[in-house]
Structures are given as structure tokens and as C-alpha cells.
Ligand binder design. Structure first.
Ligand SMILES: Nc1ncnc2c1ncn2[C@@H]1O[C@H](COP(=O)(O)OP(=O)(O)OP(=O)(O)O)[C@@H](O)[C@H]1O
Ligand SMILES: [Mg+2]
Length: 648
């Protein structure tokens, strides 16, 4: 007798549930998407025990007639597509016809639904995939789904669920994402005791961000918008409509991008604050992530991440959503084009934003630990619960404490200034560096701001140095502290890039050739990139089998550093040469040379040298961060000083 048999439907559904329903948040996601697909304007979700005990979602969408409501629990029963061709052009969030039967097979589910046209509706109860009862019911128009005791019949799965607070944080994160993507709709999320999110309909994304996260987060973000024709890779154009307007489907042949990105002073330790929506579907996508990292290269250090909300809109046929059971991955038909549009739009928004540095945000006796992205309309207890929930997990929707004590800050990006009386002031420091990017393309108002920043720097009067490393300077704006090494580094970096773009970087003949020994792999890199290095200011000749005689080095690099610089460059180029573009390669070389040639810390500078350095810095295109993304300048504004002395 044969050994193969077809599995009963209930078993098949449970298997499908394994793919679709990973945790309570996946149930919320599916039900939320169904509500959105049903055209709802108002969606209310309540959960208990992190969704493990109860998930209840009520919408005011189109509802279902009795037969449809019954059919909805059959596998592959959907109203959203009809043929395989439709799969190529999916404009709804759902299309697989699997969510409801999958959820129903691993929980106790009650569905109540009514269409606006009908006088009475339908109630269906399903327990562990078995239909328990169907009744006519007097229910409001729309649909409500109640899911109790998730995985009650799959103990193995139940065991793997995380603590209630963790599961709740995943749900809160998810609902927040959808609320951000649909500012025109009303969203509510309640736990057993608290309202976690109540978001009334608002005019656009900006208002929704304010509503959900508050002014402080909004202040840290820069809007961006671009539109490009799909067929050929064109430069992004300004969009023909207002940035914040609610959704409009993209025109045929058009790729639209809008959203918000954080300024360089905002630094997250993971990617959890990067949200990418494609046609309003929240997705995870490596390609877009990569484009974002590229845009922030030389602006943020490689180990930290920005906050990004990106909404990509394109004709549905341009994106294959049928890639993954949870529909969170997609494939773009013109992936290179999407990548480049995202990279260029993010980069030009960053460059355009180059604002006058704004620094001190708050002065308090104790560093506060406000979650950076806590919805600001949380009430006291709700906030505590939400923080507990949200901070419990490090994996989703980063809500890291914003002002950790300085010793806990990675990379020291938020400096602490000690002022008299032991008041510690967390300082947020901007702003944009260019690397291989040019700082041009800013729109008028932003150019003005950049100009103002340069004017402010140009008016600085140096007072002296702190530990021969940091220049103290003043002007009408306040007290400034400039890291002398990185200030010079920024200046040299831009100069070297300019010289390289014009042909050749200025070199300096060494009194005696410096003999540098190379390892075999370094020799190989040198053979490949020798010409680029020569144009970057090095002149070297083979000197014996494995040795080079360096005769000229880039101007400013001391003879004693030449060997180290060359080794560092060869090592860096070996790691990177396959992965990066020529422009990035040049930026990398320029950054290394600038670092070695720049004025060091622990070096005394005469008054005129400090003045010269500040003037040079004021002339740079991106004076606020070094090529590696570190801050160059801190400002303690007059306002901050007055506040610290309690004069304001
Ligand atoms: N809240 C709702 N309001 C109105 N109709 C709904 C609602 N939820 C589900 N439906 C109907 O039930 C059908 C089945 O839902 P289900 O979520 O199982 O599949 P789907 O949304 O079509 O595809 P997917 O499995 O990708 O989510 C839907 O196609 C839709 O017609
Ligand atoms: Mg669905």
C-alpha cells in the first residue's frame, strides 16, 4: 500500500498557521490588514495578556454577508484576487486567503459582521479550526473579530511565546506602524488597563508623527519627497503634490517616495526605527536598507542607525508581494532603480537639511531616560505600562532611552558638558558631513540656514584650548567647543576630494624615500590601486621583491606616519574594493589621508593658528561632522547658559 496521503484540512490549516501566525502580533497584523482592506476608517484593537489571552478588533469597514463570512474561513478563499494574473497586480494588503482559516485553527475565534445594506448580521464561532456555531445576530455594521487563547491547541507554540510585556510591545509597535502609514484613519489600541494609542484622523504624516511621538521626535526628522519615472533611471524630481497629503495611488509608470529621515544627531543602536512601507505595506527589505545606509555613509558611523519612515508608492505590478507567507518581503521589478532613488532622495534631504547646529535640548540635574519614540499621548500609567512593554524588547521598534548616562552612550555622540554646580547637560550635536557627496542641491531656505551656520562659525573668537585638544571659542551665539583634530580633518578631507576631482592630490616630496614592506595581499592591492594612490598624492616605486620606496606622500602627512597610513589604506582598500564605488573609494582614501595629516589632539596651538583653523572650518561645505561622522563642534548657546544658571 502506498505511504502518501492527503492531510485533512484542519491539519493543513494548522501547518499554514505555522507560517502565518508566529505570535500575537502576527494575528493583529492580519486582522488589521483585513480591516484596512475592507475600507475601514476606524479601527479599535484591544488585547489582554500581550494578546495571548485575547485580541479583539473592531472595524467599520464593508462587512460581509453570511455566505461570505462562512467562506472566509475556507483556505484560499478570498475576495481580493481571482486569477494568477491578479497576483501580478495586487493592490490590497491581503491576497492569499489564508489568514482567517490559519488563525481560527489555532485559537477560539468569534467573528461578527454586517454589511451596511443588511438589517442583521452574522456571528460565527470557530474553536481550533472546528465550526462551533453560526447565528444571525444584531451587530453594528462592519466586522469584529475576537481571538481568545492563541495556540491553546498547539502547546509547543504557546511555550515559545515571550513575556506578556514583550508580546504587547510587538503589538504596540505594529499598530503604531500602521497608524503612521494611514494618518487619515482612526486607530486605537487598548490593553486590559490602559489606552496605549488613540490616534484621531489627521491631515498627513507629519501630523500623525506629532500625534504619536510628539514634537521632539518631529524636530529630529527631515521630510523628504521624490518622484521618478519608472522606465528610466532619472534624477529624482520634486513631487507635484504636497508632501504630507494622504495617500494617492501612484500614476502609471511613476515611482514615488516620501517620508521622514532623522538628522545625523539621532543615533539608534539598531535598525528597529527604520520603517519601510511599499504601497502602504510594512516590509523588511535589504535593498532599501542598503540604500539608506549608503545615503548615511560618512554621516553616521557604520555602527549606528537613523530613524527612517519611508513610503514608497509604485504601480502594484512593479512589486511582487507574493514572496513570503507573512507578506513582509517583496521583490521589486526594477530593484536597482528603487535602490538608487531611495539613496539619492535620502542623501539630498540630508544635505539639504544641514541646519544651523542646535544643541542643548535639556538641562536637568539627572540625565532623564525618556524613551525616544514613546507615543506622547500616553497617560501616566499607560506610559509606565507601555514603557515596560516597549523597553522589554530590544528587537522591535527601538524605544531606547534617549539620554543614557554618558558612560553608557556608545561612541560618545551625546557629549555631557559639566557646568558649575554639577549640572550635566546632554548635548545633541549635528550635522551633515559629505564624504563623497556634495552638499549642494539644498533648497533656498536651507541654503540660507547653511549660510547662517558658516557665518556663525566665521564670527568665532578663539579663547584658548582645553587640554591642548579642544578649542574654546565665543561669539554672540554662545560658547563653542571645537575638536581641533576633527575640524582640521574635515577641512583637509574636502580639500583632498576637490583636488582629486580636479586631477591629482597635492603631494610632498620626502627628504629620504621611506621603505615600506608589503605583505603579499597588500602587494596585490597596491598593484591594482597603485594609480589611484598615485593620484591621491603618493609616489612609490618597487624596491626589491616585497618592498616599496615611497618618494612622495600627500601634503601634510609627516614622514613618520607615511608607513602607517599606507598600510592602513591598503588594508582598508583590500576589504572594501569590491563592494564600493569609485567615489566611495576616493572618499575613503581622502578620509584616511585627512586623518593622518590633520592637527593632532594634545597639540598646543597659537592664537593665530586657532583663528586660521576656525576660518578654514567655516569655509567647508559640511562643517559640523568629520568624514567618519563624529561631531566637530559643540555649542552651548546663550539660552542654554542662561537656563543652566536659572536665569530663564
Ligand atoms: N474585517 C473584514 N471586513 C470585511 N471583509 C473581511 C474582513 N476580514 C476578512 N474579510 C473577507 O474575508 C476574506 C478572507 O480573509 P483572509 O484574511 O483569510 O484572506 P485575505 O485577506 O483575502 O488574504 P490573506 O490571507 O493574504 O490575508 C477576505 O478576502 C475578505 O473578503
Ligand atoms: Mg487577510
Amino acid at each position: 500500500m502506498g505511504r502518501i496521503h492527503v492531510l485533512p484540512e484542519q491539519v493543513a490549516n494548522k501547518i499554514a498557521a505555522g507560517e502565518v501566525v508566529e505570535r500575537p502580533a502576527s494575528v493583529v497584523k492580519e486582522l488589521l490588514e483585513n480591516a484596512l482592506d475592507a475600507g475601514s476608517g476606524r479601527i479599535r484593537i484591544s488585547v489582554e495578556a500581550g494578546g495571548k489571552k485575547l485580541i479583539h478588533i473592531v472595524d467599520d469597514g464593508c462587512g460581509m454577508v453570511r455566505d461570505d463570512a462562512m467562506l472566509a474561513f475556507e483556505r484560499h478563499a478570498t475576495s481580493k484576487i481571482r486569477s494568477a494574473d491578479d497576483l501580478l497586480d495586487v493592490s490590497t494588503l491581503g491576497f492569499r486567503g489564508e489568514a482567517l482559516p490559519s488563525i481560527a485553527s489555532v485559537a477560539r475565534l468569534t467573528l461578527e459582521t454586517r454589511t451596511p445594506e443588511e438589517a442583521s448580521g452574522t456571528r460565527i464561532e470557530i474553536i481550533g479550526g472546528k465550526l462551533a456555531r453560526v447565528d444571525e445576530a444584531g451587530v453594528p455594521s462592519g466586522t469584529s473579530v475576537t481571538v481568545r487563547d492563541l495556540f491553546f491547541n498547539v502547546p509547543a507554540r504557546r511555550k515559545f511565546l515571550k513575556a506578556e510585556a514583550t508580546e504587547l510591545s510587538h503589538i504596540a509597535s505594529l499598530v503604531t506602524h500602521y497608524a503612521l502609514a494611514h494618518p487619515g484613519k482612526h486607530f486605537e489600541l487598548h490593553s486590559a488597563t490602559n489606552a496605549l494609542l488613540v490616534a484621531e484622523p489627521v491631515a498627513g504624516h507629519r501630523e500623525r508623527i506629532y500625534q504619536v511621538f510628539g514634537q521632539e521626535t518631529l524636530d529630529q526628522l527631515v521630510p523628504l519627497a521624490a518622484v521618478a519615472p519608472l522606465e528610466r533611471a532619472g534624477l529624482p524630481q520634486p513631487p507635484p503634490r504636497k508632501r504630507d497629503e494622504d495617500y494617492q495611488p501612484p500614476a502609471p509608470g511613476e515611482l514615488r517616495l516620501h517620508g521622514f529621515i532623522s538628522k545625523p544627531e539621532v543615533q539608534k543602536l539598531n535598525r528597529n526605527s527604520i520603517f519601510i512601507f511599499v504601497n502602504r505595506r510594512l516590509i523588511r527589505d535589504r535593498l532599501v536598507q542598503h540604500a539608506i545606509s549608503e545615503a548615511y555613509r560618512n554621516i553616521l558611523p557604520p555602527t549606528v542607525f537613523p530613524v527612517v519612515l519611508l513610503f514608497l508608492e509604485m504601480p502594484p505590478a512593479e512589486v511582487d508581494v507574493n514572496v513570503h507567507p507573512s507578506k513582509t518581503e517583496v521583490r521589486f521589478r526594477q530593484s536597482g532603480h528603487v535602490h538608487d532613488l531611495v539613496r539619492d532622495a535620502v542623501r539630498s534631504a540630508l544635505m539639504g537639511a544641514r541646519p544651523v547646529p542646535q544643541f542643548l535640548r535639556e538641562i536637568s540635574a539627572q540625565p532623564t531616560a525618556t524613551p525616544a519614540l514613546t507615543p506622547h499621548n500616553f497617560s501616566g500609567r499607560a506610559l509606565a505600562e507601555a514603557q515596560g512593554a516597549l523597553l522589554a524588547t530590544a528587537t522591535e521598534f527601538a524605544l531606547e532611552p534617549q539620554s543614557l548616562p554618558p558612560q553608557n552612550q556608545r561612541l560618545g555622540f551625546t557629549a555631557g558638558i559639566e557646568v558649575a554646580g554639577g549640572v550635566r547637560a546632554p548635548v545633541a550635536v549635528p550635522q551633515v558631513s559629505g564624504g563623497n557627496v556634495n552638499c549642494g542641491g539644498a533648497i533656498e531656505a536651507e541654503e540660507e540656514q547653511a549660510h547662517e551656520a558658516a557665518v556663525q562659525l566665521a564670527s568665532l573668537k578663539p579663547l584658548g584650548q582645553v587640554r591642548n585638544s579642544f578649542i574654546l571659542a565665543v561669539n554672540g551665539e554662545g560658547l563653542w567647543i571645537i575638536d581641533q583634530h576633527v575640524a582640521h580633518e574635515r577641512n583637509l578631507f574636502e580639500r583632498i576630494l576637490r583636488q582629486r576631482a580636479a586631477g591629482k592630490v597635492e603631494g610632498q616630496r620626502l627628504l629620504m624615500p621611506i621603505i615600506v614592506e608589503l605583505l603579499p595581499n597588500q602587494q596585490a592591492v597596491f598593484a591594482e590601486l597603485g594609480e589611484e594612490l598615485e593620484r591621491s598624492g603618493f609616489e612609490a616605486e618597487p624596491f626589491g621583491a616585497r618592498t616599496l620606496a615611497v618618494k612622495t606622500a600627500p601634503a601634510g602627512v609627516e614622514a613618520s606616519s607615511v608607513e602607517r597610513l599606507l598600510h592602513e589604506l591598503l588594508e582598508q582598500l583590500e576589504h572594501e574594493r569590491r563592494a564600493i564605488s569609485l567615489a566611495q573609494l576616493r572618499a575613503g582614501i581622502a578620509a584616511s589621508i585627512a586623518c593622518h595629516a590633520a592637527i593632532k589632539v594634545n597639540m598646543r596651538l597659537e592664537q593665530n593658528k586657532m583663528e586660521w583653523l576656525l576660518a578654514e572650518l567655516a569655509r567647508t561645505e559640511c562643517p559640523m561632522t568629520c568624514p567618519h561622522g563624529r561631531p566637530v563642534v559643540l555649542r552651548y548657546s546663550l539660552n542654554d547658559i542662561q537656563r543652566a544658571f536659572k536665569r530663564l
